[in-house]
Design a protein around this ligand. Sequence first.
Ligand SMILES: C[S@@+](CC[C@H](N)C(=O)[O-])C[C@H]1O[C@@H](n2cnc3c(N)ncnc32)[C@H](O)[C@@H]1O
Length: 310
Amino acid sequence: MTHDTHQTVLLQEAVDALKVRADGTYIDGTYGRGGHSQAILQQLGAQGRLLAFDKDQAACEQAQIHHAQDQRFRIINQSFAQLAAVCTEHNLSQIDGLLLDLGVSSPQLDQAARGFSFMQAGPLDMRMDLNQSGTAADWLNSAEESHLAQVFKEYGEERFARRIAHAIVQARIQQPLQTTQQLAQLIERAAPIREKHKHPATRTFQAIRIFINHELDDLQTGLCDALKILRRGARLVVISFHSLEDRIVKHFIRDQSHGPQFPKSVPVMHTASTGALRRIGKAVKPSAAEVERNPRARSAIMRIAEVNHS
Ligand SMILES: C[S@@+](CC[C@H](N)C(=O)[O-])C[C@H]1O[C@@H](n2cnc3c(N)ncnc32)[C@H](O)[C@@H]1O
């Protein structure tokens, strides 16, 4: 595989879940390398529209080149947390489906210069959006020890968060942290116990990435915005890659599936008691064959909901 490809996860399952109508308008909130977008476009007719988002400039450049001739497609170099504002700007309100395939793409992980991976020697950057100020190194070299520990614990569920934070603060007194390898080796020395089949830096790297790209805040905002732009009967399809994301998606769908809560003694018409969303089926995971083909799919979990009313 070259550095510029991404093996799309749950491709068929996600596009099926969107129930694409040939003349519908859809949003792919996480273009990446366009695997899902391409499959959606294949199901759209001449009247259909696909608006795609990606924070990453490289993803957007690739999209511009790849779909230059396709009038049905438009790429937006912004976060999907701006969904509602961008739709208003483009006069779009009755969207038929939204797909979010969260996290990082393979080109981001595999390009050492992006600094996402402890397996590759690179600068500690980790920004998806290179126009954003504040790299991972900027934060690691300036944050309070207690803040570092809090982020590692909350976003990485790292049990040695405090030890790792302490080791970082000690190390940066001598010399600022600059590379992924420096950080990975420091974590290896600071973490006293190894988890099976997991590099000791896995959780801390995940935590830093989530924090630097405010991934969980974007997800919360994107989900709330979805309710403003999706029409009745539209599908919301979200693929997560770790439990923090999945919990947000699961709770959002659950909370939006209950209507307003009234005391039992209050008579309520059925329509007033239904929520904004209806959960469709159970969480979907990749097949064993897909995980075999693409080990990065192993932690994926997809949830589907349908909009009850606009
Ligand atoms: C897992 S990849 C998507 C892969 C894509 N479905 C495909 O088939 O190629 C996630 C992509 O979403 C982008 N991304 C992550 N969070 C984002 C956000 N809040 N707004 C816009 N793009 C985001 C990342 O830059 C990355 O390119």
